[in-house]
Design a protein around this ligand. Structure first.
Ligand code: SF4
Ligand code: SF4
Length: 326
């Protein structure tokens, strides 16, 4: 049993899945960036790329279960050759379609149509921008990323994002090291003031996310010897108030090959959902109604989601209304 499961048991007993509302799809590890903190280890050399056949399986699932939320991530999902096909085919089947973008992918050659495609399909964009300063962004995400991110944000603002009510543009902050993110409301004010003053950029909300010590970030902590301190920090800040809203209670994460997981982090760790015969549960065999009440595969990495104000793909969990249309 993990220390997280112990903490969970002593605070509230058990915790199982609630009603499934969201299919999060990781389209692969291909990305135009190679960020220092990337938990999926994505890069321009990424070669685990979702095929058309798997994308069709996702569409079949969404067709059988209309009205879910689809959440596309990667890598940079925009670089997958079947991204536009999946996005436009899924749009009529889902009540909300989220794309997690690193912003710079839409400046890559042949991707100039993306802001217009997003606008026409009323896509909810959740975009990484870990700070409002060039220095911090470039240190974490690579030289020149800050300037290119702002260029993409200006294109999105010109398309109506952050200005029109159904063109939601959220930004994501994650710490540049082994510490918890700050209180989101105050940081959001700073982002809003700085981006508007310096660049005239507007956005809807700032989501704060806690780094999980896996993938490239886990490797860097191991290299600097900070891993144990970070694990202790997270465990000491365990907050039972976050548990009810943990994202694994209402979403499933699909890998590039169509296998399913409780979340993106369990996907990186290879903790796959299984079917009744012990094999991998795949997108084609998913029965949405059967997910409610299912056990969740927790481990010590789960302290990242439950520390402080909590963390999820929709930002902090406690002390602030959860985002999205759950
Ligand atoms: S953190 Fe995002 S943008 Fe950076 S390498 Fe990973 S997938 Fe790409
Ligand atoms: S890391 Fe653990 S707590 Fe967080 S979403 Fe995944 S299973 Fe749930």
């Amino acid at each position: 049993m993990s220390a997280f499961t112990d903490a969970l048991r002593s605070s509230r007993g058990t915790l199982r899945r609630g009603k499934l509302s969201t299919i999060q799809v990781n389209m692969g590890d291909l990305c135009n960036q190679r960020c220092a903190h990337c938990h999926v280890g994505a890069s321009p050399q990424g070669n685990r790329v979702m095929t058309r056949r798997v994308a069709e399986g996702i569409l079949a699932l969404l067709n059988r279960n209309q009205g879910l939320i689809l959440d596309l991530t990667g890598g940079a999902p925009e670089l997958n050759p079947h991204f536009e096909y999946l996005l436009t085919s899924a749009r009529p089947l889902v009540r909300e379609l989220i794309v997690r973008s690193n912003l710079t992918a839409m400046l890559e050659p042949g991707k100039g149509h993306l802001p217009g495609l997003f606008e026409r399909n009323r896509i909810h964009l959740i975009c990484s921008l870990p700070c409002y300063t060039r220095e911090n962004v470039d240190r974490q995400r690579g030289e020149g990323v800050f300037d290119r991110s702002l260029e993409a944000l200006r294109l999105l603002n010109a398309q109506g994002y952050g200005r029109e009510t159904d063109l939601c543009l959220d930004l994501v902050h994650n710490p540049n090291g082994a510490y918890l993110p700050p209180e989101p409301a105050a940081l959001e004010d700073d982002y809003r003031r700085e981006l508007r003053a310096q660049q005239g950029i507007v956005f809807n909300r700032l989501l704060t996310i806690t780094n999980v010590a896996i993938g490239r970030f886990g490797g860097s902590l191991a290299g600097t010897g900070e891993g144990e301190n970070y694990a202790r920090l997270l465990a000491e800040n365990f907050n039972p108030e976050t548990l009810e809203s943990l994202m694994c209670r209402y979403l499933v994460s699909a890998g590039y090959d169509g296998n399913l997981y409780d979340c993106d982090f369990n996907q990186v760790l290879g903790m796959a959902l299984t079917n009744r015969w012990g094999g991998a549960l795949t997108i084609g065999a998913l029965d949405v109604g059967e997910m409610e009440g299912r056990e969740i595969a927790f481990g010590d990495h789960c302290f990242s989601c439950a520390a402080g104000l909590g963390s999820s793909c929709q930002g902090a969990l406690a002390g602030r209304a959860c985002a999205g249309s759950r």
